[in-house]
Design a protein. Sequence first.
Length: 525
Amino acid sequence: MRFSTTNTSPALNTGNEPEAPEHPDYLRMILTARVYDIVKETPLQEAVNLNAKIGSKIYLKREDLQPVFSFKIRGAYNRLAHLSDEEKKRGVIACSAGNHAQGVAISAQKLGIKAKIVMPIPTPAIKWRNVARLGAEVVLFGNDFDEAKKECARLTAEEGLMDIPPFDDPYVIAGQGTIGMEILRQHDVSKISTIFIPIGGGGLVAGIGSYVKRIAPHIKIIGVETHDACAMNQSLKAGDRVLLNEVGLFADGAAVRMVGKETYRLVTSLIDDVVLVNNDEVCAAIKDVFEDTRSVCEPTGALALAAIKKYLHLHPETKDDVHVAIVSGANVNFDRLRFIAERAELGEKTEAFCTVIIPERPGSFMKMINQVNPRAVTEFSYRYSDPDEAHIYISFKVKNLETEVKEILDGWSAEGFRGIDVSDNELAKCHARYMVGGSRPVNERVFRFIFPERPGALTRFLEGLDSTWNVSLFHYRNHGDDMGKVFLGVQVPPEESDQFNEYLVRLGYQYVEETDNVVYKSFLG
């Protein structure tokens, strides 16, 4: 492993990408893919517990059981195995902070090819050390993926290495397509209704779709993305590839700002629908996979199952159909498990999260809690801040979210209490629940900021704050995620609003103003 200190980088198009036919015969390429030298045929496992709970027929394609705990090894190995002898002698390079890096490293080790992997400096040590353990030279460069990618392009051109793309390559696509071949071999094809596939750059859905639609065109191919990282869905709507300005990184294995050119071409004719899911739904699906397999998959690995559950809710008439979810990987950071556990029950709608304002007088607490009983209370937050009213956050277990929450809110209303369901309010879930109480100072505006989580990131954020305006509120909590989240209040006189808005743009962080959020107004103001 070494750190690269070069600061100049050429354009990303190096001219070293492998050539391929304009329209490859993907069925032939999948049937002849050279993946089984290193990968194993993963099981198609029935989700017994989940099926019993919701009355469905869901099967899990267990790509989390591959040697590097991800499907990425298929495409990486197939690409490397098809290099010419001259290309193998030159060596390979890839830019990745995740599963593609491990797939390339172990494939190169198996084939005796020199490999170099460029990763951003903030990459967790457990990830780059594992890549190094697999025999690749690790180059840590840049503060983010874009900087690392530029360095990868420079090294590719300078050293004549073969760049191994993560998704936009026919051999990579064909390697991933062997998953579809296995699924149709492992189950009665006539009974499979849909296959749900997570989408990042599009290699996985393009590969599986290329095989399945040729062999069993009745099977629907449904792609899955998160609401905040949906480049394929946006591209399909626009009729051309789009570049997203920002992407959410919770499902980091699918966090791609622009899908591949070849993958987009294929997907336009192969996909039947795209389902978008949120982080809470993904966390709930991680829990579902664990309860059926005792495996903790990564967020991207749970996208497909989260989408099936959502799809069944919208289309209950399909509950007797066979639905297949691709569990794409299990390389989850341990630090993320706290966040996943906290949000899983909200995602599966077995926990409600409410705020309530009650009179600050004896007996009010019991009247409030009696409306919740006999349900189990999972969180209760209160701090004295007003002689007349108490502001409370409370979460509790439910069996039917909508009907039970309405029943409780109506009960509180009958007692003269003011309750709000905030189960879907991001400000409440991320920040306000930990900081109940206080009073709003004059001219306060409040914002949620999001920035890449890395050592020193919070310090740099604080250093960027302008002392011209007084900071009146601040909350930060490390969720074990790739993105840091700060809730900030600043006193801004009305005559300085335009100046402050310009400052926000210069600050350069993604933000959402929450000054008009009902949670802020009711419980923090």
